[in-house]
Design a protein around this ligand. Structure first.
Ligand SMILES: N[C@H](CCC[C@H](N)C(=O)O)C(=O)O
Length: 280
């Protein structure tokens, strides 16, 4: 079976993007993991699938799978690449796209300079919506991790995020605390873990240990969640430049009930053809 794909990235958070509007294939988790493998496959942090809309008021359906094969609700960097992909694949000529994801509708706006601005929707803060086991919603929560009590913010951008404050992202315990928190029992669907260094009220440095992918060079929903948590803690203004290892994102949030806006670049690396032969 022959499958065309495009390799893209958003600030080094890399994707295989597949058009299932004009192609037909059924990919199961083992095959997704194989394609994700950076030795036995193509290699990606997430697989992005473009499907036809299921509603008349939507342009496309957008599905996301992590490298471990798990399907997830949202991917911010992927949304920007999605917008560029569907236009360059000539599936649409629109500059404004309304896209259906597993966590709701997002709106994508392609700017004249090629950057993409995304309405990521309003953050969800109630523990049950994240989901996170806590009796009530708080700005921060104490959580036992590896024998230590850590203070986290908990935010959903459609996908779950824990946000920790650190003095310096360079020395943050990403490799140790990241995996422990990712699979912490208080996060029944696991969680993405952000390590945020507040530089000033308009600038943060951020590293993210992603659920189902490990540390990535950038995480769009993680940047959104970090800014929301920082604003709720009274540390940030409503417009923040987020510096990640792979580059910078512009994140804006005007407060409770308002959407989070993310603006950033995309990159198209190569087009390829997958022939699904033998799998490990
Ligand atoms: N690992 C995430 C999905 C990808 C998010 C990230 N790549 C982004 O840009 O938002 C999760 O399991 O919820």
């Amino acid at each position: 079976m022959r499958l065309e794909f495009t390799k893209m990235h958003g600030l080094g958070n890399d994707f295989v993007v597949i058009d299932l509007v004009t192609q037909r294939v059924r990919l199961e988790a083992p095959q997704i993991r194989q394609i994700a493998d950076r030795h036995f496959g193509v290699g990606f942090d997430q697989l992005l699938i473009v499907e036809p809309p299921t509603r008349p008021d939507v342009d496309f359906k957008y599905r996301i799978f992590n490298a471990d094969g798990s399907e997830v609700q949202q991917c911010g960097n992927g949304a920007r690449c999605f917008a560029r992909f569907v236009r360059e694949r000539r599936l649409t000529r629109k500059n404004k796209l309304v896209v259906e994801t597993a966590s709701g509708i997002i709106e994508l706006f392609v700017n004249a300079n090629g950057w993409v601005r995304v309405n990521m929707g309003a953050p969800r803060l109630e523990p049950a919506e994240i989901p996170f086991k806590a009796d009530l919603h708080c700005q921060t929560y104490d959580i036992e991790v590896g024998g230590r009590t850590l203070e986290i913010g908990a935010v959903s951008m459609g996908n779950p995020h824990a946000v920790l404050l650190v003095d310096n992202v360079e020395t943050a315990p990403v490799e140790t605390v990241g995996p422990l928190l990712e699979s912490h029992p208080r996060f029944p669907e696991r969680v993405n873990v952000g390590f945020m260094q507040v530089v000033d009220r308009q600038n943060i440095n951020l590293r993210v240990y992603e659920r189902g992918a490990g540390e990535t060079l950038a995480c769009g929903t993680g940047a959104c969640a970090a800014v929301v948590s920082g604003i709720l803690r009274g540390l940030l203004d409503e417009r923040v430049r987020v510096k990640l290892p792979g580059g910078e994102l512009d994140i804006r949030w005007q407060g409770q009930g308002e959407p989070v806006w993310m603006t950033g670049p995309t990159a198209r690396v190569f087009d390829g053809v997958l022939r699904l032969y033998e799998w490990r």
